[in-house]
Design a protein around this ligand. Structure first.
Ligand SMILES: Cc1cc2nc3c(=O)[nH]c(=O)nc-3n(C[C@H](O)[C@H](O)[C@H](O)COP(=O)(O)OP(=O)(O)OC[C@H]3O[C@@H](n4cnc5c(N)ncnc54)[C@H](O)[C@@H]3O)c2cc1C
Length: 463
């Protein structure tokens, strides 16, 4: 028996109290995430219930020189939660409690494994509102949202997860617990360390608890679905909507191919009689007042009169509005029918987005005519999603390279919200300079000297 095997047996013995999962059948669901990437067989999967347990597991792995893969709800699209052969997997799924509300101050403290949906529901039951939202809400966890700095549909008004987190509790690779459960908006007491961990994709620490900032619960949501003749009209409408509706919370754009396929996938007729190149689902939320409703109606009337919008659907009930949002959320179903697909989540300056899409569409359709090419995005924050597939395995890297080179030329970012993980690591250089990546490595070494947490994600620790 070699030294590492002996160390593994010792480690497993020390972790036996945590009821590890060892057998292949039960481990299956911990091998991959939504990206479709499948990893190696972990040595064990552990599902701690408390921060102390997470810290004890981390300390034991650190001592034994064993690598840890951290898992939330496994809805990530960059392969960050996919384990390597022989890893210890820490799944946060049992740490799912909503622990404490501050109903005066508007904060909630939750364990990292609580799902986004469960937290949002629990907060609403207390007459407050947590605005982060995305199609994976039923499975993704708050810890995963923090680790990926999740964005979603309402960033336009409320910002990304970074703007919604007041405090964090984090376990470092050696088992040290950082209790930074701050509950106030102003706290200038040296470096704000929580920002090191938000968006670090589990490379610097294991998030175990989160203090979230809450908002007054909107009394009503107003949605409208608009069909437009051009991208130029879309940016004009966004500007008009921003100035006339301060409560504008979403501006979700879908190009024609996306809407056609989403309608078919949901078994519905296309929502508009005519065909248009681009559509937008906009949402405002706030008081249930005639003024709010009137402001939206006036905006749409003016946009129709000026020919900026060609057709509008104003839902007459929350059920009808929900049906429209199902179109936008149908991406999960669409992707499963496009496997093996590539899902780009890129940031493009709005002024360059139209030209960027036209160029990519033309070249990709010419090179891969049998694949689908779907564009949709959160235009208000410059975040564009492009899903394409099915593709042959050998075409995936050249396509990635082609698109990311175009993103760099457009002055954009190779990830707007899903993160770098494993899948986008080879392309990080298109968005970040060598000096920046060197500094990221220095920080990783300072916080996790053995590269024990999520090794090989975002960047390689040594190079
Ligand atoms: C249908 C669909 C729609 C989506 N829409 C959006 C969207 O609109 N906006 C958006 O931003 N994303 C979206 N996503 C992507 C995904 O839901 C987010 O990235 C989400 O934040 C991942 O959370 P998770 O708990 O599933 O994390 P996982 O997939 O389990 O993990 C993601 C990364 O975070 C790390 N991690 C997880 N938990 C922790 C923790 N407690 N501590 C430290 N590291 C941790 C993992 O190691 C991994 O690197 C979508 C995904 C799907 C499938």
């Amino acid at each position: 028996m070699n030294a590492i095997k002996y160390a593994e047996i010792e480690l497993l013995a020390s972790l036996a109290g945590f009821s590890p999962i060892h057998n292949e059948a039960d481990m299956k669901r911990y091998l991959g995430d939504w990206s479709g990437l499948v990893g190696g067989q972990p040595l064990a999967v552990l599902r701690p219930r408390t921060t102390r347990e997470v810290a004890d597991i981390a300390a034991a792995c650190h001592k034994a020189g064993k690598k840890i893969t951290i898992q939330g709800g496994l809805t990530g699209l960059a392969g960050g939660a996919v384990p390597d052969q022989g890893d210890i997997v820490i799944s946060l799924e049992r740490m799912n409690k909503v622990e404490e509300f501050d109903l005066q101050g508007g904060t909630v403290t939750v364990q990292a494994g609580a799902t986004l949906q469960a937290v949002a529901d629990s907060v609403e039951a207390h007459d407050w509102y947590f605005p982060l939202d995305c199609g994976a809400r039923g499975s993704c966890q708050i810890g995963g949202n923090v680790a990926t700095n999740a964005g979603g549909n309402r960033v336009l008004r409320y910002g990304t997860m970074r703007e919604l987190v007041l405090g964090l509790e984090v376990v470092l690779a050696d088992g040290t617990v950082l209790s930074m459960l701050n509950k106030v908006m102003k706290n200038n007491t040296g470096l704000d360390l929580k920002h090191l961990f938000i968006g670090s994709e589990g490379t610097l620490g294991i998030v175990t608890k989160v203090v979230l900032k809450l908002f007054p619960k909107p009394q009503r949501r107003y949605s409208a679905f608009c069909a437009l003749e051009s991208f130029g009209n879309l940016t004009t409408l966004l500007k008009m909507a921003r100035s006339s509706i301060p409560s504008l919370s979403a501006f979700e754009v879908m190009w024609d191919d996306y809407l056609d396929l989403a309608s078919a996938a949901l078994g519905r007729a296309k929502p508009f009689d005519g065909d248009y190149p681009v559509y937008v689902l906009l949402e405002a939320e706030g008081m249930d007042s005639p003024e709010q409703e009137l402001a939206l109606q006036r905006l749409l009337e003016q946009a129709l009169e000026e020919g900026i919008v060609s057709d509008v659907i104003l839902p007459h009930s929350s059920e009808q509005a929900a049906q429209l949002w199902e179109m936008r959320d149908a991406i999960g179903e669409l992707l499963s029918g496009m496997k093996p697909y590539i899902a780009f989540d890129i940031g493009i300056p709005v002024s360059r987005m139209d030209g960027f899409i036209e160029g990519i569409k033309k070249d990709m359709q010419a090179s891969y005519p049998s694949a689908r090419h779907l564009f949709f995005g959160h235009l208000g924050d410059g975040n564009l999603h492009y899903a394409t597939g099915p593709h042959r395995d050998e075409d995936i890297v050249p396509i990635d390279d082609f698109v990311y080179t175009a993103v760099e030329k457009a002055g954009g970012s190779i990830s707007g919200e899903h993160g770098i993980g494993r899948l986008k690591k080879p392309f990080l250089r298109h968005s970040r300079g060598p000096e920046e990546i060197a500094l990221m490595r220095m920080i990783k070494r300072a916080v996790d000297c053995n590269s024990g947490l999520n090794a090989g994600r975002v960047f390689d620790s040594s190079e």
